[in-house]
Write a new protein. Sequence first.
Length: 309
Amino acid sequence: MKVPVEAEEATAELLTHVFSQSVSSYVDLETNLTTVTVYFQERPDVSTTQRAELAAGLKRIRDCGLNVGRPKLSVRKLPRQDWAESWKRHFQPIEIGSRLMIKPSWSKQRPKKGQAVIILDPGLSFGTGQHPTTAFCLGELVKRRGDTRRGEEPKLGLPSAPYLGKNRSFLDIGTGSGILAIAAARLGYARIDAFDFDPEAIRVASANAKRNRVLDKIHFFELDVRKLPRTGAKYSVICANLISNLLISARERILARLAPDGVVIAAGILKTEFQSVQRAYEEAGLRLVASQSKKEWRSGSFAPPKKES
């Protein structure tokens, strides 16, 4: 799909959401158009529902003030080796400070001393750390990591146990590739639960966690955030990398699972929509404690006000 450069990130996000696959893109400097591409192992059968989602998504992008031109969806067969080499050229290791590195399996780059490593190849499900919203979430996970008491095993299952005190617990809403849950496991979070409405995302996330040898530390399950139970365990860190209307409509369900001194990391928000999300969470009694803008995206972390001593 070809779109003007200004709509590249938003279109990539849309294609990722509709097809549950990672995307790549390149810019033609002569036409100033970006080609956003989704790769499949077999020829896709684009359903009427998916086409309707694409049309609605493109309209939403236009309504946000971005020029998407007149994009057309096309399908073309490529040799398998071309697909693989294309990813190897564009996907390089990513470092989140000195604590975390995400790299593809073909990279020979060595981590720094004390730096946790996640092996993640693109082309499966959304989330490789390159997107600014994912990068913000990873940075916040690193910043807010707490120490885990030795010898204590995380309690898995759909949460019903109480908040685990000083141990950092993590709920990943819309896990995609599982990158955030895997990062939390690598960083020493004590309890990690992650869900997605897409069963394929759960399959991919579980496979990625197994590859990184942390599957036993994470509970993945299929669930729509709009059906998240309001009762159960409280989490010290909740990441919701969702579109803004879901962040707002599911606010009460998300906040019902937040520990008293917890943090909600809200990402996947267009700059033009961030104010609405911020207003919704501030009206619920939280305050903005961290924020980052990059390209057309803005992300933020919200927490209850500090108690006066």
